[in-house]
Design a protein. Structure first.
Length: 304
């Protein structure tokens, strides 16, 4: 087993341990420079009430077998220290140390998130389709969450325009949610990209969808919120995007909500009225020149 495989297997073994914090594990590995070293330390502790019965080698072998079984199904298993890991997620506080994928995973992907309500209005659906079509025509990847309503409209419009779309899902990558998007999910995996930060068989949960929104925000250079009520996940994503230093575009549809009017005065927020203004705002955001690392740079308006 080569060093890269040992490190990836050690990470899986660490994350499989009960009551493990994924974020703290990622930080621990970054500080130590090795997942194997962190696993050695965790398993080697003798001061616990129930010491580990398995050796580090056993845990790594079991994790490596699990990774091989996922990969045999066409599931990509990407650790944050792998060369395949999306570069734009590396600087995000909520960065998942392990990312599962199906499809064309790119280290650098010029992408904009288009999100909104599951119970979308006809106007909201029209706007979502228009912006996704425009983005696809400019060679920009359309990112969304595969939910009903705005998300589905954005994915479908990008595909119909011949563009690339990425679905960030709130379940394990073997799961289908919502059930009516099963065919769409498989199609996106075939021609675009499907990613998940959860174990492949993980069911949907109340916590998983806000976590999914954080990854969508981090993956994209900006977030367009088409429609979103006071309790919508898209509202969560708008807040996270500002924390990540990503611009947010709010349509006149969403400005009917109190939360959006509160957000409107923040630096980095574009308020647009009509599709033409929305396209102008997106073009303005995309006009920023990439850095030498290949990522977009934006004014320092992140909220700390």
């Amino acid at each position: 087993m080569d060093t890269a495989m040992i490190e990836r297997a050690a990470l899986v073994a660490l994350l499989r341990r009960p009551h493990t914090s994924w974020s703290e594990t990622g930080l621990d590995i970054q500080e130590n420079g090795s997942a194997r070293a962190v696993l050695d330390r965790a398993v080697g502790r003798s001061d616990t009430l129930f010491p580990d019965a398995e050796s580090v080698s056993d845990l790594i072998d079991a994790a490596a077998a699990e990774i091989a079984s996922w990969q045999a199904e066409g599931i990509g298993v990407n650790a944050f220290f792998d060369a395949t890991y999306p570069a734009q997620l590396l600087g995000v506080r909520e960065m998942p140390p392990l990312l599962f994928s199906r499809g064309d995973l790119r280290v650098r992907d010029r992408a904009v998130a288009v999100v909104g309500s599951r119970r979308a209005s006809d106007d909201g659906l029209r706007i979502a389709r228009a912006v996704a079509t425009t983005l696809a025509g400019r060679g920009v990847t359309v990112v969304s969450g595969l939910a009903s309503g705005i998300d589905t409209a954005a994915h479908l419009a990008a595909l119909e325009a011949g563009g690339r779309t990425v679905a960030v899902i709130g379940t394990g990558i073997r799961r289908y949610y919502p059930a009516e998007n099963r065919r769409l999910q498989d199609h996106i995996a075939d021609v675009g990209l499907l990613i998940s930060q959860f174990w492949p068989d993980a069911p949907p949960s109340r916590q998983s969808f806000p976590m999914r929104n954080a990854i969508m925000s981090g993956y994209a250079v900006a977030t367009v919120v088409v429609e979103a009520g006071e309790t919508s996940g898209a509202r969560i994503q708008a807040r996270l995007a500002l924390q990540h230093g990503r611009p947010v575009v709010l349509t006149s549809q969403v400005m009917r909500c109190g939360w959006a009017r509160t957000f409107a005065d923040n630096p980095g927020v574009y308020v647009v009225h009509g599709t033409a203004q929305l396209v102008e705002a997106v073009d303005d955001i995309l006009s920023y020149q990439p850095t030498d690392a290949g990522l977009e740079t934006f004014p320092d308006f992140a909220l700390h």
